[in-house]
Write a protein that binds this ligand. Structure first.
Ligand SMILES: Nc1ncnc2c1ncn2[C@@H]1O[C@H](COP(=O)(O)OP(=O)(O)OP(=O)(O)O)[C@@H](O)[C@H]1O
Ligand SMILES: [Mg+2]
Length: 327
């Protein structure tokens, strides 16, 4: 077993604010919805509840059972630089980023457009190599590995979630989720077992055979999260995961991410929205390819609580409207 593979093991360090049970009545939520929406709302509310009680082992590789937490940072970048060269033009996208991320952290990366956030995520995700500087991933120097070695590490250690979901439109949820395992030499039975398990983990146990076009935006993003988790990564990278979602669905997705983080998953997320960054435990701001701000958040907001409040408010307003109409 590699050093890296054991990193997902161990309890998270998230605030306990999200673990309290919600007093939302899912039936009352459904009163304000259409028939189609009801299914989605039932799904969303129950899955948010379920995620608060995800067993630790659910996001731990079976082979990792019994291992201990290491204090080696998962991400350790040292004076990372990236310059894109297009013809005669040099674009200094990253100008010396140094940062460590430890197991169990939930980091929001913010900053204006063009400040280097995606470039940074691509390097951390082993999709690209820095021009200068070092990148240590879970104690291993990866900044100088070959493309094949990078691809191998990426497949085993890192899960990606993007703004646009990036799902295969002709494949159902389960097929999308098991795709990263196809080339990993895992048997078909084991692939399907793990695929079903992570889909249940994100609250989509009853949507396995649905194609992306048959799912809501929030559900599609959950499929993408499940796909990112299926190989038991040490690190989840999310670039604007709520960028295409409305505010209520964004809260659902953030509740999913917070619950996963609470179970020990390390998350690095890019967002433009302070309203989304407030759910992370640490906020880092980029400007002109440099880190200009790096701060721990003492008590991050709870997406589950905010979602519950939003839904309760909508339900109350609906009840008042119905009462007025019937009098
Ligand atoms: N493949 C590329 N080739 C050349 N220049 C690039 C490339 N990717 C990014 N850049 C440039 O590098 C700089 C940083 O871009 P990057 O995409 O990392 O910014 P960002 O912070 O993610 O912005 P946004 O918030 O708009 O997504 C920008 O000036 C951009 O034009
Ligand atoms: Mg970007």
């Amino acid at each position: 077993m590699s050093d890296n593979s054991r990193l997902l093991k161990g309890g998270g360090q998230a605030s306990s604010s999200q673990t309290g049970s919600s007093d939302t009545d899912p039936d009352s939520i459904n009163q304000q919805t259409t028939e189609t929406d009801q299914t989605v709302d039932n799904q969303s509310s129950s899955s948010i509840q379920d995620l608060a009680t995800i067993p630790q082992k659910a996001i731990t590789r079976p082979e990792d059972a019994g291992t201990t937490i290491t204090s080696t940072p998962i991400v350790d970048v040292r004076t990372l630089m990236k310059t894109y060269i297009i013809g005669r033009t040099r674009v200094p996208a990253l100008q010396g980023i140094s940062m460590r991320v430890y197991q169990g952290e939930f980091v929001a990366v913010m900053g204006p457009s063009g400040s280097g956030k995606s470039t940074f995520m691509n390097l951390v995700g082993c999709l690209d190599r820095p021009s200068k500087g070092e990148y240590w991933l879970a104690g291993k120097l990866v900044s100088r590995l070959s493309n094949d070695e990078l691809a191998n590490i990426r497949n085993r250690q890192i899960g990606f979630v993007f703004q646009g979901f990036n799902l295969l439109s002709r494949s159902n949820a389960l097929s999308n989720v098991i795709l990263p395992m196809v080339y990993a030499g895992i048997s078909r039975e084991e692939r399907e077992r793990r695929g079903r398990s992570v889909l249940r983990l994100v609250g989509l146990g009853d949507r396995m055979n649905h194609k992306p076009s048959e799912l809501s935006g929030g559900q599609q993003q959950r499929v993408a999260i499940a796909r990112a988790l299926v190989n038991g990564p040490a690190l989840l990278l999310a670039d604007e995961p709520t960028g295409n979602l409305d505010s209520r669905t964004s809260l659902e997705i953030m509740a999913v991410l917070q619950a996963l983080n609470e179970q020990g998953l390390t998350i690095l997320m890019v967002t433009h929205e302070p309203d989304i960054a407030k759910f992370a435990k640490r906020q880092v701001a980029f400007r002109d390819g440099l880190i200009v701000h790096d701060e721990q958040v003492l008590s991050p907001a709870s997406a589950k609580e905010e979602w519950t409040k939003l839904v309760n408010k909508a339900t109350t307003e609906h009840k008042i409207k119905v009462t007025e109409e019937t009098h």
